[in-house]
Design a protein around this ligand. Structure first.
Ligand code: ATP
Ligand code: MG
Length: 443
């Protein structure tokens, strides 16, 4: 197997967007805490501290956090914004940290420990060398701050009311000891976090490569199988239709059976191909794009209608309107072909299949329902209905052919599109499948 490449070891867009969201929440909490604690300490408890400077710091932190939130909303692509502004965010946070430490006692500040949180956060995003670099930078910043305060270049702010009125910053050995413990903690945390993050990413990359190889194999194998089966089927059909000569009744029965078996095999191969495609899609992450669900639905209904007509099943369709969702054309088509095919396949002759859609503007999503008056699914089988290769007991007892792959592939694909699927069914009465997909928000 191929070694996971270096690009795969960088944080994914999802991971970056998650960290960016966490940073935003932490910053709201930090900014508000600074404002609240300073107010309570200064005016509630009468503690002497540089209240104005600390309040200004709180406002600045909340201010640039609000600007970052606005920017992410404006661009509509939080991950891309996070990647672009990551270093800027780190720099701003560190400046805020330095100010907080300075205004709360320099090297004696209890806020010093917060630097370690920042180093740990950076460690989740950076390779170990980068994380070590940041930890060292933190140590240097604190040392510089201590040096400046010791030399008098920067005023030392003592907080005697908090027991931080000593002159540690001017006493060499204790200050060096404090610095030593601070730097070693920061470096160790950086190293541990960055190594673990890298190991997790390596593991993820190899799982991805393995799945991709498996999907590629299934695809290649099924492609190779499809051609001979299709030509075998065509030959059998031509014999059936008297291309060679009139068949004796017993020959006709056997040829028909061969045809049915080959048909089943062809269906199985198609299912396997769909399945491989759904796996590949969830592994290789093809870019999602704006797709007109209304058009895909109309095409899928048209394709499956032949099957329904042959069995006198009425297909009731929704009015055709453009509904833009974020998906991939072929995947979306596979989803609805499978669901409509199931509804027709598991409905006795003369039944009704109803397809509908509803746009929910508030939830920014569209709901598609595929409902039938078919054989339904026994309640005991419902919990496993989306499992690969699972078929309900009544379906297995019937003559209806199937492999139980369709719904598993459909669900994998829908989840890849950040949607959801639900299935309600009563045995002997019918089934209703509900698919929810988010709108395409990008212009
Ligand atoms: P295939 O892989 O060819 O689609 P399948 O239709 O048997 O085979 P799925 O589509 O995964 O497999 O469906 C799984 C099972 O769920 C079916 O075997 C059947 O028991 C049940 N099922 C799915 N849709 C319906 C439906 N509309 N009505 C009744 N049973 C259904
Ligand atoms: Mg099916």
């Amino acid at each position: 197997m191929q070694a996971p490449d270096l690009v795969a070891l960088r944080p994914s867009d999802d991971e970056l967007a998650q960290t960016a969201r966490l940073l935003i929440r932490l910053r709201w909490a930090a900014g508000l805490s600074i404002l609240l604690l300073t107010t309570v300490a200064r005016w509630g408890l009468g503690i002497e501290l540089p209240a104005k400077a600390l309040l200004a710091l709180g406002v600045v932190v909340l201010g640039y956090n609000a600007a970052l939130v606005a920017e992410a909303r404006r661009s509509g692509r939080p991950a891309a914004t996070a990647r672009r502004t990551l270093w800027g965010q780190i720099a701003l946070d560190w400046l805020a940290m330095v100010a907080l430490v300075h205004f709360t006692g320099g090297i004696t500040s209890p806020a010093l420990i917060y630097f370690v949180i920042h180093v740990a956060l950076a460690g989740t995003l950076l390779p170990p060398r980068g994380a070590r670099g940041l930890a060292l930078l933190a140590a240097l910043i604190v040392a510089a701050l201590a040096g400046l305060e010791a030399s008098g270049a920067l005023p030392h702010i003592a907080l005697p009311d908090l027991g931080l009125g000593g002159d540690l910053h001017r006493r060499g050995v204790p200050a060096l000891a404090a610095l030593f413990f601070f730097s070693t903690t920061a470096l160790t945390v950086a190293e541990l976090v960055a190594r673990q993050a890298r190991r997790l990413r390596q593991r993820e990359a190899s799982i991805r490569a393995l799945n991709e190889a498996r999907a590629a194999f299934t695809r290649a194998a099924t492609h190779e199988l499809r051609a001979p089966v299709a030509s075998g089927l065509a030959l059998v059909r031509s014999i059936e239709h008297g291309y060679l000569d009139e068949l004796t009744p017993s020959q006709a029965v056997i040829i028909e059976r061969v045809g049915v078996r080959l048909d089943g095999l062809r269906e199985l191969i198609d299912d396997l191909l769909d399945f491989a495609a759904s796996r590949e899609a969830s592994v290789a992450h093809p870019p999602l794009e704006a797709v007109d669900l209304g058009a895909v639905l109309a095409d899928a209904i048209e394709r499956e209608r032949l099957l329904a007509d042959a069995r006198n099943i009425a297909v009731q369709t929704p009015p055709r309107t453009p509904i833009m969702v974020r998906a991939v054309d072929t995947g979306l088509s596979m989803i609805f072909s499978n669901l409509i095919n199931n509804a027709i396949k598991y409905t006795p002759d003369g039944g009704i299949v109803t397809i509908g859609h509803a746009v929910e503007h508030e939830a920014a999503q569209v709901t598609v329902t595929v409902q039938d008056t078919g054989i339904g699914i026994p309640a005991a089988d419902l919990p496993r209905i989306f499992d690969e290769f699972f078929r309900a007991s009544n379906a297995k007892r019937s003559k209806i052919v199937g492999t139980g792959i369709g719904l598993a592939a459909v669900r994998a694909m829908i989840e890849h599109y950040h949607g959801s699927i639900a299935l309600d069914s009563v045995e002997g009465e019918g089934t209703c499948v509900t698919v929810r997909l988010p709108f395409n928000r990008q212009r």
